[in-house]
Design a protein around this ligand. Structure first.
Ligand code: GLP
Length: 241
């Protein structure tokens, strides 16, 4: 794995933005795997800035998002579809039909998982997958204990993940209990993976990712086997290494 340590969050976002922009310049029909959470927000701002400067073109780009909450409609203020529209898709010239996110409102979630895995195979695999990391080592919504062989599936969110995401909802009861997520194996299909981590909150997870064994109790540790993994972490997140 390659590790890039930056001085702060702004520099981390610039670095990630540059890597994605250069992928788009190399292949204008790239497939990008995208993530939500607060960490990639700065990266999306960088992508919008370079698009506005005319440096990038998304006409032929496709995107595949990692996950979506179960039960939230696409226009719910905390749905990941809405997050992506607001922070990226509405601000660039991507065709909405080329942006894929699991449907958390599907009547039959098992069928939705199968359909999404097929989409990953037909549209993807991503040339580049952007990832954040949960404090407990989750990637996408693959919580500790998820099989490394897993495809897209429904997960029950752990109390700690619900707690960590509660800040975005008015009350704890509103935080969804389940999500549809690409599995660990689905994520591994990507040709290149960039994992971002910023701030003290993530320092223990980054220490464990770098020094720990591969262990299904720490989902991000599966990434150690990936052929092209880059960590971009700021000094605070790297503090325990
Ligand atoms: C959520 C998302 C993950 C994300 C994680 C960390 O659980 N499903 O994809 O990596 O939050 O979020 P943040 O970047 O806000 O710390």
């Amino acid at each position: 794995m390659e590790i890039i340590v930056t001085n702060n969050y702004e520099e981390l976002s610039r670095k990630a933005g540059e890597i994605i922009d250069s992928q788009l310049k190399k292949d204008s029909a790239s497939v990008l795997g995208l993530a939500t959470g607060s960490t990639p927000l700065g990266t999306y701002k960088e992508l919008v800035m370079s698009y506005e400067k005319g440096e990038t073109d998304y006409s032929f780009v496709s995107t595949l998002n990692l996950d979506e909450y179960v039960g939230l409609s696409p226009d719910h203020h905390q749905s990941y579809r809405r997050f992506m529209n607001e922070h990226l898709f509405d601000q660039i010239n991507i065709q909405k039909g080329n942006t894929y996110i699991p449907d958390g409102k599907a009547d039959n979630l098992a069928e939705e998982c199968e359909r999404y895995e097929q989409v990953i195979d037909e549209i993807g695999p991503p040339d580049l997958q952007l990832l954040g990391i949960g404090e407990n080592g989750h990637i996408g919504f693959n919580e500790p204990g998820t099989s490394f062989e897993s495809g897209t599936h429904v997960v029950e969110l752990t109390p700690s993940t619900r707690q960590a995401n509660a800040r975005f909802f008015d009350t704890m009861e509103e935080v969804p209990t389940h999500a549809v997520t690409m599995g660990v194996q689905s994520i591994h299909k990507s040709k290149k993976i960039i994992l971002l981590a910023s701030g003290k909150r993530k320092a223990e997870a980054i220490r464990q990712l770098i020094y720990g064994e591969r262990d299904e109790q720490f989902p991000a540790s599966s990434l150690k086997e990936h052929r092209d993994l880059t960590l971009i972490v700021d000094r605070e997140a790297y503090a325990l290494v």
